[in-house]
Design a protein around this ligand. Structure first.
Ligand SMILES: Cc1cc2nc3c(=O)[nH]c(=O)nc-3n(C[C@H](O)[C@H](O)[C@H](O)COP(=O)(O)O)c2cc1C
Length: 192
């Protein structure tokens, strides 16, 4: 059987990002489970704010096509998003908006969302752990007809959530992470 590939996308570019740290912790568990993991930074796919006039004039930017193809080269995609004002940051929404406009040859527009499994996670210094951003992200991905696994991880009080090896230390977080990883693998395998 071909190896299972999962793409991990942190939704923050910030130095010391809580979400990049959580993405790294989840990626580690996926690797331990034998999965081929690619962890990217959206800094490597800079995109203008979506503008239909811009698309009509110049087409979909190359970085959106590249990001879409990067997603397309994996069976599962994990997005780890910050929460900004109870929703997803513009960085995450804008990337999804552009990718949803990409149409490669022999594909329908947005097919990349329909053909693979998605998992979502968030980290925040607050009590809710970015759970409102997760609701927003689930809605956005549902609009894209993505298969989104039911399990998710909202990491509250994220600054205090790790041990000195950058592994999650609270039992409930470890349990949520493991359940999400197991389910992401299971759903991604169905997409192979
Ligand atoms: C514009 C803005 C709005 C924010 N709104 C929320 C919020 O609604 N809920 C929350 O838990 N944290 C909120 N925060 C705090 C972020 O969760 C915090 O800055 C977090 O560290 C960002 O993620 P990162 O560390 O991965 O960059 C907000 C931060 C910014 C800059």
């Amino acid at each position: 059987m071909a190896e299972l590939k999962i793409l991990v996308i942190p939704g923050s570019l910030r130095t010391g990002s809580l979400n990049a740290k959580l993405a790294a912790a989840i990626a580690h568990e996926l690797v331990v489970a034998g999965i081929a993991v690619t962890r990217i930074s959206l800094a490597d796919f800079p995109l203008p704010i979506y503008d239909a006039d811009l698309q009509a004039k110049s087409g979909v930017p190359k970085n959106a096509v590249n990001l879409k193809r990067m997603m397309g080269a994996h069976h599962g995609v994990l997005i780890v998003t910050p929460e900004y004002n109870a929703s997803v940051p513009a960085l995450v929404k804008n990337a999804i908006d552009w990718v949803s406009r990409v149409q490669d040859a022999h594909e329908t527009r947005g097919q990349v969302f329909r053909d693979r499994a998605f998992a979502i996670a968030a980290a925040s210094g607050g009590r809710l752990g970015g759970s409102r951003a997760l609701s927003a992200l689930r809605l956005i991905l549902t609009a894209c007809h993505a298969t989104i696994i039911p399990n998710q991880l909202a990491l509250s009080f994220a600054e205090e959530a790790y041990d000195d090896r950058d592994r999650l230390k609270r039992a409930e977080d470890i349990e949520a992470l493991n359940a999400m990883v197991r389910q992401l693998i299971e759903f991604s395998q169905r997409m192979m």
